[in-house]
Ligand binder design. Structure first.
Ligand SMILES: [Zn+2]
Length: 141
């Protein structure tokens, strides 16, 4: 007979034959079963007294849940996340960084050349001052 207490599958497990919900029953060996409610209430021939052991059902359900999560492969999920957002951002940032580094290198080269030109005497003092001011100013900004 049912204990009156609802089980974790209450309202979720249905009898395959009559589609009525399954009621918890406990046998003499203190094992819990789920049994067709229609049979429990009316007995007779309305439905058969097929049962499923509650611990077995819990086992099966937890196994299924675990399988389901196994199917959601962890690596796949992380890869997908990386592909969709992380990787794209990192790639863009790397590109930006490379661009900035190139620019710094170019400016350093230009600045070096200005100094070399000054030393060589190929540019005038005024030109040097103007270029120097321009490039150093830009570099700081
Ligand atoms: Zn039934």
């Amino acid at each position: 007979m049912g204990t009156g207490k609802s089980h974790i599958f209450a309202g979720k497990v249905r009898c395959l034959d009559c589609k009525s919900t399954m009621q918890k029953t406990t046998n003499n060996a203190k094992k819990s079963y789920l049994r067709c409610k229609l049979y429990c209430i009316l007995k007779g021939n309305l439905c058969s007294k097929h049962t499923i052991r509650l611990d077995r059902l819990e086992e099966i359900v937890s196994l299924r849940i675990k399988e389901h999560f196994k199917l959601l492969n962890e690596k796949e999920i992380s890869d997908e996340l990386e592909d969709t957002m992380f990787k794209v951002d990192v790639k863009n940032l790397e590109k930006e960084l490379a661009k900035v580094n190139d620019e710094i290198k170019t400016r350093d080269t230009v600045l070096k050349n200005i100094y070399i030109d000054k030393i060589k005497g190929t540019i005038t003092e005024e030109q040097f001052m103007a270029l120097n001011k321009e490039f150093i100013g830009e570099k700081i900004v």
